[in-house]
Design a protein around this ligand. Sequence first.
Ligand code: SF4
Length: 319
Amino acid sequence: MTVLDRSDLLKERPRHPEKARLPDTLVLPKPAWIRVRAPGAHEFDATREVLRAHRLATVCEEAACPNIGECWGKRHATFMIMGDTCTRGCAFCNVRTGRPGALDPSEPGRVASAVAALGLAHVVVTSVDRDDLDDGGAAHFAATVRAIREARGPTSIEILTPDFLRKDGALEIVLASPPDVFNHNVETVPSLYRRIRPGADYRHSLRLLASAKALHPGLFTKSGIMLGLGERNDEVLAVMDDMRAASVDFLTIGQYLQPTRKHAAIDRFVTPEEFQSYKSIAEEKGFLLVASSPLTRSSYHAAEDFARLNAARQASLGA
Ligand code: SF4
């Protein structure tokens, strides 16, 4: 089977033309386990057509996800609402930073229509940070969840939200139309926040996750971190403990990949064996589910993992 880079898949549309002129960017050579497989062209193109027809952005493209070939080849895409411009400037993220435009009230309906067109059994919706809005975009998130419920009742819904820092009441607005899974990524260990995630607050992110569970105990909560940014082993284990203290159900751990040379450098490539070891440790700490591998991303295999979450909950209730 053909093996290729994510950049090969997106040649049609360079994300940042100015950055596309840079030579391929990783300072460290990519190990073999980071390579991704070519998609089936037909399904990949069909997914892209639905997204273009509905004028929707995806984090798959905007964040330069390495799994786009596999996911779009299975008609699974993660919608990114509220525009393609973020008010934060995280050092790991490929999404454009700047002043976003006004929200488009037709967007929730377009997302719902695309979910129906793709026939999704499980959908993941995320967004850029919208610190410019009074509610951080919470009402728009809730409207999107409602629109999907109305258009596709059986589709399970997962939202991956910003931190709503200094947006009092935003979480309650978002969860007034409860999704099935509430995801918010802490992204990295707290000692790296100033360099990697400036503008965010590790403790606040944990509080957000804990509050979501407290508001809706039946909701699955989910969070993730990237490895390879310079974190220490003991710091990773401490993050796991913090997440468990916040009642997080599902932990995702993946390898950080540098989108361009302007982004934070890769400190190291973590081996698949180390990812497996972290998975075992996290499971012992009591997470309902753990996904840990070099190519794990928040929304990677989300539909399959939602089924696993439900099965794990049933098993724990029966135990
Ligand atoms: S892992 Fe998530 S962001 Fe990446 S291509 Fe798949 S659905 Fe898109």
